[in-house]
Design a protein around this ligand. Structure first.
Ligand SMILES: [Ca+2]
Ligand SMILES: [Ca+2]
Ligand SMILES: [Ca+2]
Length: 331
């Protein structure tokens, strides 16, 4: 009887052991499955994460997710579109009759557009391109941009044209600029008219690059919060050769096709913070250094003094293109 009880206990114990072993085996199998699943999920998320850092563009604005997170510090889930208005007053492919080389801006401004499309991957529909426009054509282009651009977007206006300025002589050596007008094909336009046109745009950042002579009155009229105004020369200086814009985009990675003798080489990288991408401020600093080696044709041939107005201090964190500079690139 005792033996039977013992046998029965042993049998129960064996059954219990068996159950325990079965439970352990099930537990281990489940644990193994969970670990495997976690591993697969981890590898999958790492691969997806890496892909997003390099090539993903969740909001389809042309800036990759990685660039938005690490460089421009914009929202990778909110579209930051870029719109360009390039308005200039020269013929394409204008050449110097003596050297048979392209004259700035005859070739340089078209080359800027090609850079934006080919290397900056800006959709061509976002680039308004006006050659010798009437003021109403200029206003229409501004109006088109204002309908599309919202507070997250960036607008860049390149304005290259002739200026009519009037001075009042204050002494034998000084004269004050009292009025300026810009040339359009139908008429001349005052600083306040340009200001009213541009004020229609309500983008997050509006950059206006004035490639005009004696930009002083336009510079003062246009500047304001959320705006970056760049001039190629000081307020009362003369130049009209698109050098300033050539230098800005050369800093961003667009090597000019033709360099006039005045196009000096600094032999330095434009990337002062070492992140391989060029902000508006970094581009302007190169522009300013290069313009300083060009002589103004007025005011006793002083060095050109490029100006920037950036009251909201946004130029250092504003990028027009996500174009990684080639290693060793210098200007
Ligand atoms: Ca994006
Ligand atoms: Ca974005
Ligand atoms: Ca940089």
């Amino acid at each position: 009887m005792i033996k039977r009880v013992l046998q029965s206990k042993i049998s129960v114990n064996r059954n219990l052991n068996c159950l325990t072993q079965t439970n352990n085996k099930n537990f281990l199998t489940s644990l193994f499955s969970i670990i495997m699943l976690c591993g697969i999920l981890l590898i999958f998320s790492m691969v997806m994460g890496c892909t997003n850092e390099k090539t993903g563009d969740s909001d389809k604005d042309g800036f990759s997710d990685g660039f938005e997170k690490n460089v421009s510090h914009t929202d990778p889930l909110v579209s930051n579109d870029r719109y360009f208005l390039i308005s200039y007053w020269r013929e394409d492919n204008e050449k110097n009759p003596f050297t048979d080389k392209y004259l700035p801006p005859g070739r340089q401004i078209p080359a800027i557009r090609e850079f934006l499309i080919n290397k900056g991957e800006i959709p061509s529909k976002n680039i308004m391109y006006l050659q010798k426009p009437s003021f109403s054509e200029f206003q229409t282009a501004i109006h088109d941009i204002s309908k599309k651009a919202d507070g997250n977007d960036i607008v860049f206006i390149l304005l290259n044209t002739d200026t009519y300025s009037t001075y009042k002589k204050t002494s034998d050596f000084t004269e004050d600029l009292i009025s300026s007008e810009l040339t359009f094909s139908d008429r001349r336009v005052s600083p306040s008219e340009i200001r009213n046109a541009v004020d229609e745009i309500h983008a997050g950042v509006v950059i206006i690059s004035l490639d005009i002579c004696t930009p002083g009155l336009f510079f003062d009229s246009l500047k304001g919060p959320g705006k970056i105004i760049i001039t190629s020369v000081d307020k009362n200086q003369y130049t009209l050769n698109a050098e300033s814009n050539t230098f800005l985009f050369e800093a961003m990675g667009n090597s000019p096709e033709y360099k006039s003798p005045s196009y000096n080489t600094l032999g330095k990288s434009p990337d002062s913070n070492g992140n391989s991408y060029i902000s508006i401020l970094e581009a302007f600093n190169i522009d300013k250094s290069k313009m300083a080696n060009i002589k103004d044709s007025h005011n006793n041939y002083q060095s050109c003094n490029a100006l920037i107005s950036d009251p909201s201090e946004i130029a250092g964190k504003t990028y027009l293109v996500e174009y990684k500079l080639p290693t060793g690139y210098s200007v």
